[in-house]
Design a protein around this ligand. Sequence first.
Ligand code: GCU
Length: 602
Amino acid sequence: MKSLNNCILILLTIFSIATTAQEANYADLLQNIDAREKTSLNGKWDIIVDPLENGFYNHRLQEYDKGYFKNAKMQSPSDLIEYNFDTSLQLNVPGDWNTQMDKLYYYEGTLWYKKDFNYTPTSDQESLLYFEAVNYEAIVYLNGEKLGKHVGGYTPFQFNVTDKLVEGNNFVVVKVDNKRKKENVPTVNQDWWNYGGITRSVHLINVPKTHIEDYSVQLEKGTTNTISGWVTVANSTNGDAVSIKIPELKKTVLATLKNGKASFAINAKPNLWSPNSPKLYEAIIETSTDKVIDNIGFRNISTDGSKILVNGKETFLKGISIHEEAAFKTGRVVSVEECKVLLNWAKELGCNFLRLAHYPHSEAMVKEAEKMGFLIWSEIPVYWTIQFENQDTYANAENQLAEMISRDKNRASVILWSMANETPESESRLSFISNLAEKARELDNTRLITAALDTQGKGDDGNLIEDPLGEVVDVIGINNYCGWYYGDVDSCSSIKWASAYNKPMIMSEIGGGALYGLHGDANERWTEEYQDALFKSNIEMMKNIEFMTGLSPWILMDFRSSRRPLRRIQDDFNRKGLISEQGMKKKAFFTLQEYYLEMDEK
Ligand code: GCU
């Protein structure tokens, strides 16, 4: 009888859980790349700024094979080659180009990136070129050969380059284009800077030929004693085994692969993840050729009428909205340290909830927030008036949704998938977003679906929530700018709210602008006193909304937006932050902090 302590191998009933989720076509993404051996391609990349896309089209505007992706070099003195990456400018990757070079500050268009790297082939391995995010359209080439294209600026994508790499020097070229187009997601107008570039890290990831591609390890919906999920293994053979081990719980299960997939369920009673105790367990997924280790939290999220329950316990979401803008240096966040600056401010504010607006933030942000115990609202940039009738626009939005869910489906911190922000009511919009919600539920039935609405009507004695989208979502987000875009500041506190739905409501945006250090009377716009009075009045209003179960005021920190040109006040920044981009806390920061701390004392 093997000794009890060192390993209790419980062969648990192995049964396939025929849940639709498994059949759902998740984005073709390697799960949890942090756990992988990888070569970073970050650092200096050579660039060519190409507003006329001269490196892609010939003068007849036809795509041609002598484009900049060839990285051609003069072979003889008489050769005519009118570009040379090796003598060109350079940019840092990851990073947006707008804050790295003054002359690229307003630039929207095509910019070519080139990076050389050495590679030593290893047998029986596959190599994936993995981009964490590129805004907006990326066409990727390796050694002059096109690998493919990706659209959407905030989600990862990869290419299998195993048989395209050569021993020794290789070069990857990326044509990045952040031009705004009506059919895009987001569309042509957005209230954040259209930062262009390879904005997140790039990796060459080596995995065994037969490797663990994807998995879901979560607490089974509605239980506290069953951990279940599935694993997919590329290039596996039917009958191959995969084990899922959670050492701290002394639990191991073996599952059998069929068509590259295996499902499992483990009877276990983990300490549940929650904001007050963000407990993560090491989970080891292993096959005979591969091993992946993840740190996973187990928790339940559900609703009961207008309440949100975390692990069955009613939980009020004390939140703040955040853009992925770095403090101090501004521009896109590119490191965990920059994530932590924002997260520590949110912690200081007394938050247990973050609305990551209006697009999926980096995986590092989500993982760091999870360690700190933040509940997360994650959103795709279906923002304002996109082309709801356009099938390509829908396919693009759905793909961004699938990539977002694929990447973060094992994160206990993520409790809400948001389908959209401030979209105008129409039949096509309703079906567009309803289809997205259906897709999200197909991909992940363990989390809540939401959207931020600004369509509240006038009821008998106040604002009435009756948007037909309220029927589709599990939780209703409301953006409301009393005291800023409408109404006097003092009037807000007496506004009443009603809802046509017995569902939880999150006040996903309230707020007003203030320039840090500008002081005056509370009725003087842009002063800290005005913003502070606005928050006080809105907080009084919200205290009377019995179906409100959380809020995420707009916004933690001032952020850049080309919709904000007011000189000496905005200077290209949306000033609704509670903290300036240089880290200076405004009066309203302390008012919201007090409101949240008050709640804890109750
Ligand atoms: C909108 C929108 C935000 C925007 C904010 C504002 O509600 O969702 O993206 O920045 O209002 O006007 O400041």
